[in-house]
Ligand binder design. Sequence first.
Ligand code: SF4
Length: 103
Amino acid sequence: MTLLNCWEMKNCGRESGGAKTPESGECIASIQGLGHSCWAIAGTLCGDIVQGTIAQKEGNCLLCDVYKMYNRLHGSRGKEIAKKFPQEEAAYNALVLNRLRKN
Ligand code: SF4
């Protein structure tokens, strides 16, 4: 089964070439190719609202299907991301490491 990106799962239209992108801009998750890791980056646009910092959006993300499917520890398909999307996995690991260093 295909590993859909967050924008495909949520049908947000905020990806590159998406329906809403011309009027209100492309989401950082799409810009940075983090469609299976969007909880790890600040400033995403879920629900057409700027989601703020990781800490601010964490509550929403933990309840989101994307997180439930792709989080690397307990996600139903999280373990497949590294093999299918090695570049995204490298970017994701760098974000997580950077956050750990800041804490
Ligand atoms: S993080 Fe949210 S707004 Fe951004 S592309 Fe993914 S689903 Fe769409």
